[in-house]
Design a protein around this ligand. Structure first.
Ligand code: RFL
Length: 362
């Protein structure tokens, strides 16, 4: 080093702080946090990197039902507490031009009922349980990038909220960062095949502070499609099919309630303040395979299933358990059967659920 460059400010960037773990998990949503919790329960080291703040992820409302398989999974892992305790309804009502048709489940299905657990409550409970267990969860990270995913020691780099660049070297990367994350994008072109289905249907998703009907309720017929689901004792999720191209601004609160009342043929429908509206086009997209080198894709990073099947979060939970068990087998006994079969196992379930979502509106 020349004299001119000695001192407090070297002319080269400081080398990023590097740490090591077994699994670097990118994304702290339903799939990332479940993976983290199950790995921790298996005694396997992991670090979760989440780009949003803790507040933000704890408020983000989406799914509402953990189906029976997920309930059984959390219970078997000793994590039943993360679910809360709202049993889901055994019945659903379809109003065909106002005429109610009630669908009940048979005795066998009644024993296999899911739980009404709003996704943000599940996420909140998983965060609390993971941190209480000493888990390593880092919020507000930026510039997350994956390196060397086709080597035995991939590295995930990021910038912490303190502005310091860091690197986590790991054995495996779990890409749990959703449909628009960086994980899937790190896979070289030509490796993945995307299967896309666009339904040409647009929904307005509404959250409101009001109790929902007792059971899931669908309005179909001449007035158009609407649906109502409980998201807890005082919160309801509604969907309205709307013309493609409409924006949130086209649907102010004083237009929403009359439209819901009309489509449910229910002038006395309970109303309350609308807290969130969001527009989305119904589409499904599945990527095959769900892994590349040491990177494994989980949840929405690998597949987005149209919400009409209400399966996306549940698929994410399935991926998380399949991956955590595969890593556990590999780390504890060198058995890589689970890792090699990960993509096929998850895709089998994904395609079944996609089929279900495809069938539901027709
Ligand atoms: P998530 O929950 O989106 O979590 C991804 C996390 O990754 C973070 N992230 C990054 N972190 C670090 N670096 C980056 N570069 C990052 N990029 C992103 C994000 O901040 C986020 O925290 O994906 P995950 O874990 O795969 O879970 C999938 C589910 O969230 C999703 O499938 C469901 O919400 C879908 N879904 C429903 N699923 C159901 O099972 N039942 C339902 O009733 C249901 N209703 C819905 C839904 C999705 C909806 N939206 C999103 C359109 C209703 C709606 C309105």
């Amino acid at each position: 080093m020349t004299e001119a460059f000695r001192g407090e400010h070297p002319p080269y960037p400081p080398r990023a702080t590097r740490e090591a773990t077994t699994v670097a998990i990118v994304g702290g949503g339903a799939s990332g946090l479940t993976t983290a919790m199950l790995l921790r329960r298996s005694g396997i080291d992991c670090v979760v990197l989440e780009r949003q703040s803790r507040d933000y992820v704890e408020q983000r409302q989406r799914a509402g039902l953990v189906e029976f398989r997920g309930v059984r999974m959390f219970t078997e892992w000793g994590l039943a507490d993360v679910l809360g305790a709202f049993p889901a309804s055994n019945t659903m009502e379809v109003l065909v031009d106002g005429e109610p048709v009630l669908f009940g489940q048979d005795a066998h299905a009644r024993e296999h009922v899911g739980l009404l657990t709003p996704q943000q409550a599940l996420v909140r409970n998983l965060i609390a349980a993971f941190l209480a267990d000493g888990g390593d969860l880092r919020f507000d990270v930026t510039d997350v990038a994956l390196h060397g995913i086709d080597t035995h020691k991939p590295v995930v780099s990021y910038t912490g909220p303190d502005g310091i660049a860091r690197e986590v070297e790991c054995d495996f990367v779990a890409g749990c960062d959703g449909d628009h994350g960086v994980s899937r994008a790190a896979i070289p072109d030509g490796v993945l095949t995307a299967y896309t289905r666009d339904y040409g249907i647009t929904w307005l998703a509404i959250l409101a502070d009001t109790p929902a009907p007792r059971q899931p309720c669908f309005g179909i017929g001449r007035q158009g499609y609407a649906a109502a689901f409980s998201r807890g004792p005082k919160t309801a999720r509604f969907y309205l099919e709307i013309p493609p191209g409409d924006t949130v601004a086209d649907w102010p609160e004083d237009r929403i309630w009359p439209e819901l009342k009309k489509r449910f043929w229910a002038p006395d429908l309970l109303t309350g303040p609308v807290t969130e509206t969001e527009i989305f086009a119904l589409r499904s997209q599945v990527f095959e395979p769900m892994s590349y080198g040491r990177l494994y894709l989980l949840g929405d990073a690998a597949h987005v299933i149209s919400p009409m099947g209400a399966k996306g979060m549940n698929l994410a939970l399935f991926d998380a358990e399949t991956f955590a068990l595969a890593v556990r087998d590999y780390v504890t006994s060198g058995d890589d059967v689970g890792l090699r079969g990960y993509s096929a196992a998850c895709l089998t379930r994904t395609w079944n659920y996609q089929e279900y979502a495809d069938w539901s509106p027709e």
